[in-house]
Design a protein around this ligand. Structure first.
Ligand SMILES: O=P(O)(O)OC[C@H]1O[C@H](O)[C@H](O)[C@@H](O)[C@@H]1O
Length: 305
Protein backbone atom coordinates (compact mmCIF):
# COMPACT_ATOMS: atom_id res chain seq x y z
CA UNK A 1 0.00 0.00 0.00
CA UNK A 2 1.47 3.34 -1.03
CA UNK A 3 0.07 6.62 0.13
CA UNK A 4 1.36 10.12 0.32
CA UNK A 5 1.26 13.21 2.44
CA UNK A 6 2.72 16.64 1.88
CA UNK A 7 4.46 18.68 4.49
CA UNK A 8 5.09 22.29 3.55
CA UNK A 9 7.51 24.60 5.24
CA UNK A 10 6.37 28.18 5.40
CA UNK A 11 9.20 29.53 3.32
CA UNK A 12 12.42 28.17 2.11
CA UNK A 13 13.98 30.54 4.68
CA UNK A 14 13.47 27.72 7.13
CA UNK A 15 15.83 25.69 5.08
CA UNK A 16 18.39 28.43 4.83
CA UNK A 17 18.92 28.51 8.55
CA UNK A 18 21.00 25.44 8.17
CA UNK A 19 23.70 24.82 10.64
CA UNK A 20 26.95 25.54 8.94
CA UNK A 21 28.92 22.61 10.25
CA UNK A 22 27.95 19.01 9.95
CA UNK A 23 26.70 17.29 13.04
CA UNK A 24 29.82 15.23 13.27
CA UNK A 25 31.88 18.43 13.43
CA UNK A 26 29.63 19.62 16.24
CA UNK A 27 30.04 16.35 18.03
CA UNK A 28 33.80 16.65 17.83
CA UNK A 29 33.87 20.27 18.91
CA UNK A 30 31.61 19.87 21.92
CA UNK A 31 31.68 16.25 23.02
CA UNK A 32 30.06 16.98 26.37
CA UNK A 33 26.96 18.40 24.86
CA UNK A 34 26.64 16.15 21.88
CA UNK A 35 26.96 12.47 21.31
CA UNK A 36 30.27 10.67 21.32
CA UNK A 37 31.76 10.16 17.87
CA UNK A 38 31.83 6.37 18.33
CA UNK A 39 28.04 6.40 18.58
CA UNK A 40 27.54 8.19 15.28
CA UNK A 41 27.23 6.75 11.75
CA UNK A 42 27.11 9.14 8.82
CA UNK A 43 25.91 8.41 5.29
CA UNK A 44 27.62 10.83 2.93
CA UNK A 45 26.19 10.87 -0.57
CA UNK A 46 28.28 13.58 -2.15
CA UNK A 47 31.85 14.73 -1.67
CA UNK A 48 30.90 18.18 -0.50
CA UNK A 49 29.08 16.68 2.48
CA UNK A 50 25.96 18.44 1.34
CA UNK A 51 23.70 15.44 1.25
CA UNK A 52 24.11 13.42 4.40
CA UNK A 53 22.25 11.47 7.01
CA UNK A 54 23.56 11.14 10.55
CA UNK A 55 22.46 8.27 12.76
CA UNK A 56 23.01 7.59 16.45
CA UNK A 57 23.36 3.92 17.41
CA UNK A 58 21.20 4.62 20.48
CA UNK A 59 17.82 3.77 19.04
CA UNK A 60 19.23 3.88 15.49
CA UNK A 61 17.91 7.42 15.78
CA UNK A 62 18.35 9.52 12.67
CA UNK A 63 19.65 12.84 13.99
CA UNK A 64 19.92 14.78 10.76
CA UNK A 65 19.11 14.65 7.07
CA UNK A 66 20.76 17.28 4.97
CA UNK A 67 19.56 17.41 1.38
CA UNK A 68 21.81 19.54 -0.78
CA UNK A 69 22.89 21.47 2.27
CA UNK A 70 19.37 21.99 3.62
CA UNK A 71 18.63 20.55 7.04
CA UNK A 72 15.18 19.03 6.99
CA UNK A 73 15.05 17.38 10.39
CA UNK A 74 14.67 19.06 13.78
CA UNK A 75 16.97 18.06 16.62
CA UNK A 76 16.47 19.76 19.98
CA UNK A 77 19.32 21.78 21.48
CA UNK A 78 18.21 20.22 24.75
CA UNK A 79 18.49 16.61 23.57
CA UNK A 80 20.29 14.33 26.00
CA UNK A 81 22.89 11.87 24.70
CA UNK A 82 23.33 9.57 27.66
CA UNK A 83 22.53 6.35 25.80
CA UNK A 84 19.57 5.91 28.12
CA UNK A 85 16.99 8.55 27.36
CA UNK A 86 15.30 8.70 23.97
CA UNK A 87 16.87 11.40 21.80
CA UNK A 88 14.63 14.46 21.48
CA UNK A 89 14.30 15.07 17.78
CA UNK A 90 15.38 13.34 14.60
CA UNK A 91 13.48 10.13 13.84
CA UNK A 92 13.07 8.00 16.97
CA UNK A 93 11.69 4.52 16.18
CA UNK A 94 8.59 3.45 18.04
CA UNK A 95 8.32 -0.33 18.68
CA UNK A 96 6.65 -2.47 20.00
CA UNK A 97 4.10 -0.03 21.41
CA UNK A 98 3.05 3.52 20.57
CA UNK A 99 2.14 5.81 23.46
CA UNK A 100 1.99 4.92 27.16
CA UNK A 101 2.76 1.22 27.57
CA UNK A 102 1.84 -0.99 30.51
CA UNK A 103 4.86 -3.27 29.96
CA UNK A 104 7.59 -0.67 29.63
CA UNK A 105 8.45 2.91 28.75
CA UNK A 106 6.31 5.16 26.54
CA UNK A 107 6.77 4.30 22.82
CA UNK A 108 8.50 1.01 23.64
CA UNK A 109 12.17 0.07 23.80
CA UNK A 110 13.46 0.36 20.23
CA UNK A 111 14.36 4.04 20.59
CA UNK A 112 16.30 3.41 23.81
CA UNK A 113 18.12 0.23 22.78
CA UNK A 114 21.63 0.04 21.39
CA UNK A 115 21.41 -1.02 17.73
CA UNK A 116 24.06 -2.77 15.69
CA UNK A 117 25.44 -1.37 12.46
CA UNK A 118 24.83 -4.45 10.30
CA UNK A 119 26.01 -2.98 7.01
CA UNK A 120 28.27 0.07 6.88
CA UNK A 121 27.26 2.95 4.61
CA UNK A 122 27.96 2.09 0.98
CA UNK A 123 26.56 2.89 -2.43
CA UNK A 124 24.21 0.36 -3.96
CA UNK A 125 23.91 -0.36 -7.69
CA UNK A 126 21.42 2.47 -8.20
CA UNK A 127 23.82 5.00 -6.65
CA UNK A 128 21.91 5.39 -3.36
CA UNK A 129 23.90 5.43 -0.12
CA UNK A 130 22.56 2.71 2.10
CA UNK A 131 23.19 1.47 5.60
CA UNK A 132 21.51 -1.22 7.68
CA UNK A 133 20.96 -1.31 11.44
CA UNK A 134 19.54 -4.22 13.42
CA UNK A 135 18.14 -4.93 16.84
CA UNK A 136 17.49 -8.43 18.17
CA UNK A 137 15.59 -9.34 21.30
CA UNK A 138 17.88 -9.51 24.32
CA UNK A 139 17.53 -9.93 28.07
CA UNK A 140 16.45 -6.30 28.53
CA UNK A 141 13.77 -6.41 25.86
CA UNK A 142 12.52 -9.84 27.00
CA UNK A 143 12.12 -8.56 30.56
CA UNK A 144 9.52 -6.14 29.26
CA UNK A 145 8.16 -8.05 26.31
CA UNK A 146 8.92 -11.76 26.22
CA UNK A 147 9.15 -12.32 22.47
CA UNK A 148 11.86 -13.17 19.99
CA UNK A 149 12.23 -10.72 17.15
CA UNK A 150 14.64 -9.05 14.77
CA UNK A 151 14.26 -5.46 13.61
CA UNK A 152 16.06 -4.42 10.43
CA UNK A 153 16.21 -0.73 9.68
CA UNK A 154 17.48 0.13 6.21
CA UNK A 155 18.27 3.66 5.08
CA UNK A 156 18.53 4.79 1.45
CA UNK A 157 19.80 8.25 0.62
CA UNK A 158 19.71 9.82 -2.84
CA UNK A 159 20.11 13.42 -3.91
CA UNK A 160 16.61 14.44 -2.90
CA UNK A 161 15.07 11.46 -1.19
CA UNK A 162 15.56 9.71 2.09
CA UNK A 163 13.86 6.37 2.53
CA UNK A 164 13.68 4.46 5.80
CA UNK A 165 12.39 0.91 5.93
CA UNK A 166 11.65 -0.99 9.11
CA UNK A 167 11.29 -4.76 8.90
CA UNK A 168 9.99 -6.73 11.85
CA UNK A 169 10.69 -10.47 11.93
CA UNK A 170 9.06 -12.78 14.40
CA UNK A 171 11.95 -15.17 15.10
CA UNK A 172 10.13 -17.00 17.88
CA UNK A 173 7.50 -19.71 18.03
CA UNK A 174 4.56 -17.66 19.21
CA UNK A 175 2.48 -14.93 17.64
CA UNK A 176 3.01 -11.39 18.91
CA UNK A 177 1.22 -8.11 18.35
CA UNK A 178 2.73 -4.65 18.19
CA UNK A 179 2.34 -1.09 16.97
CA UNK A 180 5.15 0.85 15.33
CA UNK A 181 5.90 4.34 14.05
CA UNK A 182 8.63 6.50 12.55
CA UNK A 183 8.51 9.58 14.80
CA UNK A 184 9.87 12.18 12.38
CA UNK A 185 10.55 15.69 13.70
CA UNK A 186 10.54 18.21 10.84
CA UNK A 187 12.35 21.50 11.18
CA UNK A 188 10.25 24.62 10.60
CA UNK A 189 11.01 28.30 10.70
CA UNK A 190 7.60 29.11 12.12
CA UNK A 191 5.33 26.17 12.81
CA UNK A 192 2.21 28.36 12.55
CA UNK A 193 2.99 28.78 8.85
CA UNK A 194 3.67 25.10 8.16
CA UNK A 195 0.94 23.02 6.54
CA UNK A 196 0.22 19.31 6.24
CA UNK A 197 -2.04 18.18 3.46
CA UNK A 198 -3.49 14.78 2.70
CA UNK A 199 -5.49 14.46 5.92
CA UNK A 200 -8.86 15.92 4.86
CA UNK A 201 -11.87 13.73 5.57
CA UNK A 202 -9.98 11.40 7.91
CA UNK A 203 -11.00 10.43 11.41
CA UNK A 204 -8.54 11.24 14.14
CA UNK A 205 -8.13 10.68 17.84
CA UNK A 206 -7.33 13.95 19.57
CA UNK A 207 -5.17 13.40 22.66
CA UNK A 208 -5.37 17.09 23.56
CA UNK A 209 -9.15 16.80 23.79
CA UNK A 210 -9.59 13.71 25.93
CA UNK A 211 -8.93 11.19 23.16
CA UNK A 212 -12.11 12.34 21.42
CA UNK A 213 -12.79 11.20 17.85
CA UNK A 214 -13.18 13.87 15.19
CA UNK A 215 -13.08 14.17 11.42
CA UNK A 216 -10.55 16.47 9.76
CA UNK A 217 -12.34 18.92 7.48
CA UNK A 218 -9.34 21.03 6.47
CA UNK A 219 -7.45 20.53 3.26
CA UNK A 220 -4.41 22.12 4.84
CA UNK A 221 -3.81 21.25 8.47
CA UNK A 222 -2.10 24.09 10.32
CA UNK A 223 -0.89 24.44 13.90
CA UNK A 224 -1.77 27.29 16.26
CA UNK A 225 -1.53 25.57 19.63
CA UNK A 226 -0.75 22.23 21.19
CA UNK A 227 -1.63 19.46 18.78
CA UNK A 228 -1.53 15.70 19.29
CA UNK A 229 -3.67 13.88 16.77
CA UNK A 230 -3.54 10.40 15.35
CA UNK A 231 -5.09 10.23 11.88
CA UNK A 232 -6.08 6.75 10.79
CA UNK A 233 -5.78 5.41 7.27
CA UNK A 234 -3.99 8.25 5.49
CA UNK A 235 -4.12 7.82 1.70
CA UNK A 236 -4.10 11.23 0.01
CA UNK A 237 -1.21 13.75 -1.07
CA UNK A 238 4.96 21.25 -0.18
CA UNK A 239 8.15 21.12 0.21
CA UNK A 240 8.60 17.66 1.56
CA UNK A 241 6.56 14.80 0.20
CA UNK A 242 6.08 11.89 2.54
CA UNK A 243 5.26 8.61 0.84
CA UNK A 244 4.44 5.64 2.99
CA UNK A 245 4.08 1.94 2.56
CA UNK A 246 2.27 -0.24 5.12
CA UNK A 247 2.17 2.62 7.63
CA UNK A 248 -1.46 3.73 7.30
CA UNK A 249 -1.69 6.13 10.26
CA UNK A 250 -0.20 9.56 10.80
CA UNK A 251 0.33 11.41 14.08
CA UNK A 252 0.74 15.18 14.06
CA UNK A 253 2.34 16.59 17.20
CA UNK A 254 3.59 19.88 18.56
CA UNK A 255 3.96 20.36 22.34
CA UNK A 256 3.36 24.15 22.30
CA UNK A 257 4.20 26.46 25.22
CA UNK A 258 3.34 24.58 28.42
CA UNK A 259 4.43 21.10 27.36
CA UNK A 260 7.66 22.53 25.96
CA UNK A 261 8.37 24.06 29.37
CA UNK A 262 7.62 20.78 31.06
CA UNK A 263 10.04 18.80 28.87
CA UNK A 264 13.55 18.64 30.31
CA UNK A 265 15.20 17.77 26.99
CA UNK A 266 13.51 20.42 24.86
CA UNK A 267 14.16 24.14 25.07
CA UNK A 268 11.23 26.35 26.03
CA UNK A 269 11.53 28.41 22.84
CA UNK A 270 11.87 25.54 20.38
CA UNK A 271 8.22 24.62 19.79
CA UNK A 272 7.81 27.01 16.82
CA UNK A 273 10.78 25.32 15.13
CA UNK A 274 9.37 21.84 14.76
CA UNK A 275 6.43 19.74 13.77
CA UNK A 276 6.25 15.99 14.11
CA UNK A 277 4.51 14.19 11.27
CA UNK A 278 4.76 10.55 12.24
CA UNK A 279 4.03 7.63 9.96
CA UNK A 280 2.96 4.50 11.75
CA UNK A 281 0.70 1.52 12.26
CA UNK A 282 -0.85 2.55 15.56
CA UNK A 283 -4.64 2.73 15.23
CA UNK A 284 -4.79 -1.06 15.23
CA UNK A 285 -2.05 -3.48 16.35
CA UNK A 286 -0.29 -5.76 13.91
CA UNK A 287 -0.07 -9.45 14.58
CA UNK A 288 2.88 -11.60 13.43
CA UNK A 289 2.90 -15.37 13.61
CA UNK A 290 6.05 -17.44 14.07
CA UNK A 291 8.43 -16.88 11.17
CA UNK A 292 6.35 -14.06 9.71
CA UNK A 293 7.58 -10.57 8.95
CA UNK A 294 6.21 -7.09 8.41
CA UNK A 295 7.85 -4.25 6.48
CA UNK A 296 6.82 -0.60 6.63
CA UNK A 297 8.60 2.37 5.10
CA UNK A 298 8.53 6.07 4.47
CA UNK A 299 10.18 7.99 1.66
CA UNK A 300 10.76 11.70 2.17
CA UNK A 301 11.41 13.77 -0.93
CA UNK A 302 12.59 17.35 -0.90
CA UNK A 303 10.58 19.05 -3.64
CA UNK A 304 11.76 21.88 -5.85
CA UNK A 305 10.50 25.32 -4.94
O1 LIG B 1 7.97 12.63 24.92
P1 LIG B 1 7.89 11.41 24.04
O2 LIG B 1 7.76 10.13 24.81
O3 LIG B 1 9.06 11.37 23.08
O4 LIG B 1 6.59 11.54 23.16
C1 LIG B 1 6.40 12.63 22.34
C2 LIG B 1 5.01 12.57 21.68
O5 LIG B 1 4.98 11.46 20.80
C3 LIG B 1 3.78 11.34 20.02
O6 LIG B 1 3.68 12.39 19.12
C4 LIG B 1 2.55 11.26 20.89
O7 LIG B 1 1.36 11.32 20.13
C5 LIG B 1 2.56 12.38 21.94
O8 LIG B 1 1.49 12.16 22.85
C6 LIG B 1 3.87 12.42 22.67
O9 LIG B 1 3.85 13.51 23.60
Amino acid sequence: MECSLWFAFETIEALKTVRASSLVDEVQSSPNKMAAVKDIVTLVLDKDHKTTVTVHLHGATVLAWKAQGKEIIFLSEGAVYDNKKAIRGGIPLVFPSFGPWELGPQHGFARISRWKLEKKPEKDDSGAMTAVFTLNDNKDTRKMWDHKFKLTYTLYLTEKTFKTTLKVDNTGKETFTFTTLLHTYFRTDDVTKATVSGLQGLEYVDKVHGDGKFTEDRELVTVAGEVDRAYAGVTGGGKVLMEKANLPDTVVWNPWVDKAKAMGDFRDDEYPSMLCVEAGHVATPLSLGAGQSFTGSQTLTLMDE
